[in-house]
Every structure is written in structure tokens, then in C-alpha cells.
Ligand binder design. Structure first.
Ligand code: ADP
Ligand code: MG
Length: 231
């Protein structure tokens, strides 16, 4: 097993609304080895989104620690988190989250602009990324001119733009039909191999688990590793 890129220790998180307490994470501990595709499974409400959000620094845990590529996420200030989110961790959401008025190419370019990459280099990187996700011929299309699967592929290209070490993908196929969904996981699989990035994805689609290197099952706020089912 390679060096872990993610180390999670004793993570807890409880949501309170009025008198109701939901213990979303009850002491979650695991590592993600670098260069693997790891899938978090668990039924709706089991805490998958909470866990990914805490890992990406989008919300704080109540206790416990998260290290990503040597950075202690739970101890970073706002600036530190912004830097980590620009350079180390990127997201693919269930709903693509693309900017509607921008073309596929311009959406992929956004993180490169934020990172102040020079224009010529930027154009080259955008072309490479769109080709990687099979959308070289769709660079000028806006999100509403693309299918759900194409939009999600643009979102993956955008997530790869700044060569992150870790991609967090929260039910990336959740809004796609099963045929389209079946194309996204192999793409993530290829990206893990080709770009050397680590992917942690949440899904409750059993068909997609077979492509993972490792399956973590989240149930009632606790986690256990399970064997990877045959694809
Ligand atoms: P999953 O992604 O596996 O469906 P979530 O992490 O979204 O699970 O939710 C885990 C539990 O925490 C659920 O019971 C959910 O209702 C609750 N929860 C999530 N976010 C909030 C919030 N902001 N406020 C209150 N409860 C929440
Ligand atoms: Mg969720």
C-alpha cells in the first residue's frame, strides 16, 4: 500500500436543530492511500456528504482530525483553506456546478485563471483536459447545450485543472441515468491512473463499486472497510 494522502482520525460531527440531534459522524477513522479510487458507500442519510465536506474543509467537525497531503485541514485558517482548495483538493458535486453563461472550455479555465496561469499555457491545458474527458469537439458549448453526462465530464475536467492531489466526488452520477452513469466511473478510474490523482467518491450505486480500489461503508456515522465487489 502506498503512503496515505488522507488521514482521518476520530472524526465526530453532530447536527442540532431544535431538540433534535443527528450524530452524522460518530468517530470515523480511516486512511486513503495515494493514487487509489476509494468509494464511500452508505444509504441516504448515512453521513457521506458530511464526511466529504469535512474532508474538503467546507465544514468543521466537532472533534477529530483530517490530514490531506500533510496539511491538517481542521487546523487551517480561512487563507490556508482557500490555498488548499485551490491547489490540493478539488470537488465534483452531484449537480455539476458549472457556470451557466460560460462554455465548457471557459468553465475548465476558471480554476486556471484563479491560479494565474499564463494565457497560452491555459489554452493548452484546457485543450488537454477536454480531450482527456472526450469533449474536444464540445469546447464552445454551454452547460445547457450539453447532456448530463457531458456536463459531469466538464466538471471532472475542471476538477483536474490545477493538478490536485485529491478529488472529492459526492455522488457524481447521482443525477444521471444508469447508462450515462456507467461512463463516468471508468473516466474517474482512468483519471486516477493517468493523472496520478487520488479520488474519494461517495455513491450508493452498487454497480459502481466494482471499479474501486477500496470500498468504505458508512453506517450510522461509523465506517468499516469492505471487500470490493466483482465488477
Ligand atoms: P448522505 O450524504 O449519506 O445522504 P448526509 O451527510 O447528507 O448523508 O447527512 C447525514 C445526516 O445528517 C442526515 O441525518 C442528515 O439529515 C443530517 N444533516 C446533514 N446536514 C445537516 C444540516 N446542515 N443540519 C442538520 N442536519 C443535517
Ligand atoms: Mg449526500
Amino acid at each position: 500500500m502506498s503512503e496515505p494522502i488522507v488521514r482521518v482520525a476520530d472524526l465526530t460531527k453532530t447536527y442540532r436543530s431544535g431538540d433534535i440531534e443527528v450524530r452524522a459522524l460518530r468517530g470515523v477513522t480511516f486512511d486513503v492511500p495515494a493514487g487509489e479510487l476509494v468509494t464511500l458507500k452508505g444509504r441516504s442519510g448515512s453521513g457521506k456528504t458530511t464526511l466529504l465536506n469535512v474532508l474538503g474543509g467546507l465544514e468543521p467537525p466537532d472533534s477529530g482530525s483530517v490530514h490531506v497531503a500533510g496539511h491538517e485541514i481542521t487546523a487551517l485558517d480561512e487563507d490556508g483553506l482557500l490555498r488548499v482548495r485551490r491547489e490540493i483538493i478539488s470537488y465534483v458535486f452531484q449537480s455539476h456546478g458549472l457556470i451557466p453563461v460560460l462554455s465548457a472550455a471557459e468553465n475548465v479555465e476558471v480554476p486556471l485563471r484563479l491560479a494565474r496561469m499564463a494565457p497560452a499555457e491555459r489554452d493548452e491545458r484546457v485543450r488537454t483536459l477536454l480531450a482527456l474527458v472526450g469533449l474536444a469537439d464540445h469546447a464552445a458549448q454551454r452547460p445547457y447545450e450539453m447532456s448530463g453526462g457531458q456536463r459531469q465530464r466538464v466538471a471532472i475536467a475542471r476538477a483536474l485543472a490545477n493538478r490536485p492531489r485529491l478529488i472529492l466526488a459526492d455522488e457524481p452520477t447521482g443525477q444521471l441515468d444508469s447508462e450515462t452513469a456507467a461512463q463516468i466511473m471508468p473516466l474517474l478510474r482512468a483519471v486516477v491512473r493517468g493523472e496520478g490523482v487520488t479520488v474519494l467518491t461517495a455513491t450508493h450505486d452498487p454497480v459502481l463499486l466494482g471499479l474501486s480500489d477500496r470500498v468504505l461503508a458508512l453506517s450510522d456515522g461509523e465506517i468499516a472497510e469492505e471487500p470490493v465487489p466483482a465488477a
